[in-house]
Structure formats: C-alpha cells, structure tokens
Write a protein that binds this ligand. Structure first.
Ligand SMILES: [Ca+2]
Length: 425
C-alpha cells in the first residue's frame, strides 16, 4: 500500500520538472541495448541468489562492451569478494575506486575499502609467500627436500584438464639477478600444486567460449592509449581471430578482461605470475624453459629472418632477426610447434609466439606489498605479461624470469594467454 502511494508521487515530481534524481545504475542501464539490459537484469538476479560465479561471467561480458559503466567494476568486485577470489576482486575494486575518484559516497568508499582490506589479507594467506628472508644466492638449496626426480614428470591424472599439465607444489627461487631491476631481487616463493594449460589458448578454443555465449566475440583489432587510426589498421592484420586457417594459432588482440572471462568459463583463472614462472623454468634457476642455451629457430617462434622479410615487405620496417635460421612462422605459429622448447614440466610455448597475460598486477618485487606505488598512465593498474612474442628480437624478452607490464585494456598482436587453476589433490 505504501509503495502504491509513493510511486505516483515520484512520477508526479519528475513530471512537473523538479530536479532529476541522482544518476543510478538503473539510469545508466537505460542507455543500453535490449540484449545488454537483459544481461544486466539476469546478472542482478543471479547475484541476489548468491550465484556469484555466474553473475560475474555476465558482468564481465557487459564490462567488456561497456567500459563507461564503472559501476560494473564494483559489482564484479563484489562477486569475486563473495567468491573469496582476491586477485579479480582487488583489480576490479581498485579500478572502481580509481575511476570514481571523488564521485563516490563516503559509505560506499568505506565499504569498498573494507573489501579491499579483507581481500589483501586473503591474498597474502593464499600466496603463502614467506616474509622476505635475507636474500640468499639462487644456488642455495631450497628449504624443502629435493624431489626424488630432478624433473617432475607431468601427472595429467591428478585433477587437471586434458589440455593441462600438473605442476607440483613447492618452493622455488623467483626472479633473475642477470635481468633488469623488475626481475630483482631473486626471492623464494612457495606454491601449492596447480594445473596450467600446456599451450597458449587457441583461436578454436576461444571460439568455443564465444559459441557458448560466455565470451564476447573479439574485435580482432588492436587497442592502446593514443593509438592512431592508421596504426590500428596496419597492425590489426596480425590479429588471429576471424581469419581463415588460424584455428590452432594463439588468440591474440584480447585484453586482460577478455582473457580472464575465458579462463573463468574454462573453470579456472589466469595463472599468477609466480605460477607462470615456475611452470616455465622449474627449480634450477635456468634462463629459458629449455635450459641456458640462447634462443634458436628450433626452440621458439621469435622474429627470425622469415619475420624480418615479412616486416620489410608488408610493413616497410627493418627488424633485425634474433637468430640466423628460419623458424617457420613469420608471425604467430600454431601452438605446440616447438617441443624442443618445452619447460622442465613439459609446458610448451612459454617462450615466444605470444606474450601471455597473468592475473597479477605489476609491483616491484621489493615493494610488492605496497600496491599504491604502481599506478600508471591514466588510472589503470598494470598487469604482468610474460614470455616474449613472435616479433621479438631481444633474447632477454624470452627469459623465463623476464616481466612485461601492460595496461589491462590494451589489445596487442603479440599478446595472448593461457589458463591455470589450483589442483584438486
Ligand atoms: Ca617466427
């Protein structure tokens, strides 16, 4: 009865031209197309029923299509908060606060900050990284007993998906004293067992997610800050989506949110940076997945002479090849083509082909607990990417400990991803 009385009164106020109510999510939703409105409604329903994972999938789709709706980041952050998943909760909630700046109520700000606090604590517990010990040489023995076999064989039966490799838990030395300051100091990290995709996610695999209605179709164009239209056209020819014969090539030109959405759909998440590095080099501190030998055309897809001639012909650019032999692929290669480049665990393409998004925000290793120090560019927090790409010609980019950093909204011709998940032991 009270509602019935109030509603006409509200309409009457608007009708006589009094000031409009403040902008609310529902008002923003009024500008959406019918499909997006239906998606938002369904996401809200799922959220209210406590089906956070399903709600997050829908909200991620919406967020990809509607970056202007910053409230979606809050709602996504809330879903991940209730799912107790610190990485995506923190990135969404922090982005939300960064975008909102002062355009936020004190109550809302307080609540979001409380969630961030809790998620930071949970992340610290999950990571189980020992408090930075005095730095020791990477050659020093790890605190755990050495495994019976020096190179643990993959154990695909232990709860990992068929396309994944099982990585045992344990301690390893992360970072590399030979590389630039981002990769230092070398520090000890302890990991729980996990599963990681044996190869980069392919165009065909990504299409399955699109067909299931869980991933938005990629635009097959590049994107980054201040990109000129002519450059967008020039470089987007190297995007793998929507071109014939590319099914087994890695999906590229996808941003961090698209990569995250795919991995959630596939029952996992992006690997943490530490998981990625351990899967790439194991425990012995090697430089590359295959060992310490410098890159050659049999071990990875980087920019060999085939790529340099292509760049000359199609782009009128001079790129110096990284090695003298033709590696077979001028741009991206089908995944899994370089078994000689396998990591100690048998994970493929960890060097070359495409860089890979990880789930982690970039922080220097020595300041990793102070996330406020790592804001960049506009307001977005950088995400770490790893492994080097097909157009690279600096050997250090392919080192297993080398760290890239990219704005999460960027889409690049040499950046894809693979997924991971905790192992069910
Ligand atoms: Ca190549």
């Amino acid at each position: 009865m009270a509602l019935a009385l109030r509603l006409p009164l509200f309409i009457a106020i608007v009708a006589v031209g009094t000031s409009l109510p403040p902008l609310q999510p529902t008002v923003l939703a009024a500008g959406l197309d019918a499909n997006s409105k239906a998606t938002l409604k369904e996401a809200t329903r799922l959220y209210k029923q406590g089906q956070y994972e399903e709600a997050a999938k829908l909200l991620t789709e919406l967020a990809v299509d509607h970056p202007e709706m910053t409230n979606l980041q809050r709602n996504l952050g809330a879903c991940y908060y209730y799912m107790r998943r610190p990485e995506p909760a923190l990135s969404n909630l922090r982005d939300y606060l960064a975008h909102k700046k002062n355009d936020i109520t004190a109550d809302d700000k307080q609540e979001v900050e409380r969630w961030i606090d809790e998620m930071e604590k949970q992340r610290a517990q999950n990571a189980a990284v020992p408090v930075a010990p005095p730095l020791a040489s990477p050659a020093a023995p790890a605190s755990q007993p050495a495994p019976a076999r020096p190179r643990p064989a993959p154990q695909p039966a232990s709860g990992c998906a068929a396309n994944q490799v099982s990585i045992p838990g344990g301690t390893f030395w992360m970072g590399d004293a030979d590389l630039d300051k981002d990769s230092k100091p070398v520090h000890k990290v302890k990991l729980s067992p996990y599963c990681i995709d044996k190869t980069e996610v392919t165009v065909a695999a990504f299409r399955t997610c699109v067909q299931a209605g869980e991933c938005a179709p990629p635009s097959a164009t590049i994107e980054w800050k201040d990109l000129k239209p002519e450059d967008k056209t020039k470089w987007s020819q190297f995007c793998t989506w929507g071109r014939g014969g590319m099914d087994q090539h890695p999906i590229n030109c996808v941003d961090w949110n698209q990569a995250t959405a795919y991995c959630v759909w596939a029952g996992g998440r992006l690997p943490t940076e530490a998981e990625w590095e351990f899967a790439a080099r194991g425990r012995d501190g090697r430089k590359y997945p295959w060992g310490d030998e410098e890159p050659d055309a049999t071990r990875l897809n980087a920019c060999g002479p085939e790529c340099a001639s292509m760049a000359k012909e199609r782009l009128a650019l001079t790129w110096n090849p990284i090695y003298p032999d033709n590696d077979g692929w001028a741009a991206t290669a089908p995944v899994g083509k370089y078994p000689k480049g396998a990591s100690p665990f048998g994970v493929l393409d960890m060097a070359g082909n495409v860089w890979e998004w990880t789930g982690d925000e970039f922080a220097s290793y020595s300041e990793a607990n102070d996330s406020n120090q790592h804001r960049y560019g506009r307001v977005e927090l950088l995400r770490v990417d790893r492994g080097g790409g097909w157009n690279g010609n600096h050997p250090s980019w392919f080192r297993a400990a080398n760290r890239g950093r990219t704005v999460p909204g960027n889409r690049s011709i040499n950046l894809g991803f693979r997924c991971a998940r905790g192992a069910q032991m």
